[in-house]
Design a binder for this molecule. Structure first.
Ligand SMILES: [Zn+2]
Length: 162
């Protein structure tokens, strides 16, 4: 036994080093999954807050550019806040802070539903801005992702896309 260990010191050292690396990689992976899950829970809970829900509800009053509430009104503020939070969600997805699949699984219908009024709101916001700024690029990317997403659940029924 002693002889065998002596003869295979390098191999043993290498094996232990590889095992150490694997354990470290696994630990990092588990920690990252846990962090992403926590980030998902936080943004999910934020999107379910009454103020954000109200902003989303108000958004559905918009079917033409003229329907966008005047600057400075509480309606404008609430919609703005809700869309900014969706943009944050899109940013989290883009950065990998949360799982894109988890986000789309849970939010794809909500994101699809707000698209048309949100695009009107964005157009008005962009037109009112002093410099050339088009708001919420991450939200706009999220619109395309949500449109293309097909859930394995039975929520995506025709004519929504099947
Ligand atoms: Zn669906």
């Amino acid at each position: 036994m002693i002889n065998w260990l002596d003869d295979n010191k390098d191999l043993l050292g290498l094996t232990l080093a590889v095992l150490g690396l694997l354990v470290t990689a696994y630990t990092v992976l588990i920690a990252r999954r846990s962090q992403r899950r926590d980030a998902f829970m936080r943004i999910h809970e934020t999107l379910l807050q009454p103020e954000i829900q109200e902003g989303r509800r108000l958004l559905f009053n918009i079917s033409r550019l003229e329907d966008v509430p005047a600057l400075g009104t509480s309606e404008y503020h609430l919609i703005n806040r809700a869309l900014a939070m969706y943009d944050t969600l899109g940013h989290y997805v883009a950065q990998g802070y949360v799982s894109e699949r988890h986000v789309l699984d849970v939010w794809h219908h909500s994101i699809r539903d707000i698209r048309a009024p949100a695009e009107l709101f964005i157009a008005v916001r962009a037109a009112r801005h002093r410099t050339s700024w088009k708001p919420w690029p991450y939200l706009r990317k999220l619109f395309d992702k949500a449109a293309a997403f097909r859930s394995i659940e039975d929520c995506c029924t025709p004519p929504d896309g099947g």
